[in-house]
Design a binder for this molecule. Sequence first.
Ligand SMILES: C[S@@+](CC[C@H](N)C(=O)[O-])C[C@H]1O[C@@H](n2cnc3c(N)ncnc32)[C@H](O)[C@@H]1O
Ligand SMILES: O=c1cc(-c2ccc(O)cc2)oc2c(O)c(O)ccc12
Length: 318
Amino acid sequence: MDVKSIKEEKAEVEIWQYVFGFTPMAVVKCAIELEIADAVESRGGAVSLPDLASAVACSPSALGRIMRYLTHRGFFELHESTNQYSNTPLSLLILKSGANSLAPLLVMEASPTMLAPWHGLGARASRDGSSGFKAAHGEEIWEFGSQNPAQSKLFNDGMASHARRAVSEIVERYGGVFEGIGSLVDVGGGDGTALRCIVEACPWIRGINYDLPHVVSAAQQRQGVEHVAGDMFEHVPKADAAFIMWVLHDWSDDECVQILTKCREAVPKEPGKVIIAEAVIFEGEEDKYRDVKLALGVAMLSHTDKGKEIGLLKSGIS
Ligand SMILES: C[S@@+](CC[C@H](N)C(=O)[O-])C[C@H]1O[C@@H](n2cnc3c(N)ncnc32)[C@H](O)[C@@H]1O
Ligand SMILES: O=c1cc(-c2ccc(O)cc2)oc2c(O)c(O)ccc12
């Protein structure tokens, strides 16, 4: 009889995670849509299955299977003594209206429009020059957004939920970078959430949120932030400094040079700064976000024409 190696045994189990790889995303999206975490919170933080089922209008049998899966994955806790569910740090991140929630980003990534390019990843990898998004939808993501306001809102809401968290981290770690800046233009700033958070933390800054016309025309007015519509390849509004977050990863190296040249032209020599926020994949270093960064790297391959995440080797940029 064959004796399987430990590696083979591990592989036999691990492969099933890929066979059912879509399940975690689908079940968490379902929990967001049903507002399960919110229902637990609004019922004092502990709720039985029958009460939860009636709160979210589900059959106890269906919800029981969903909760069993989510509890197993760390989203909720079932207390044996009371038979009640409570939230966990993980489920609190999918509250509908939590300031720290990433629910909008997950709902965006799980939307049929954003999932479609993933199905063409093989074809995308074996050709050159055209994005998986265009292959799936007939146009690039930003043109598609200009024709589909609902999808554009889904995308911008998703990015905004992430921007809130990212800016708080940036201000905490690198807040000094915003000192001495009177005005700041956020290039490709989406709905202005990142800039609003920067201005809240650094109230001496006057913010200019710069994005495509269909994005800024749908954005809410925010105190301390002026929305300006335009094309960053043509022009960037003048300011003391420019901020550019998760924009360069959408473009080729040549296009990045064009965008950065426009940023450079927009800021004065003193105290002129162009502040870039991007994910960086540090090769050969321990990083708890490595999985996410590598996934984002493949997302750029599948969703953009020539975008990529930056890989930093000890010997230079890859
Ligand atoms: C990945 S999103 C990043 C949004 C925001 N910076 C953030 O981090 O949440 C890229 C942004 O670039 C904007 N964009 C794309 N092409 C643009 C252009 N030619 N001029 C200005 N903005 C553009 C998109 O509308 C989108 O809001
Ligand atoms: O699907 C995406 C996701 C992002 C994204 C997600 C999370 C982050 O921290 C940063 C970026 O960005 C995208 C993007 O720029 C794009 O052009 C298409 C798709 C996505």
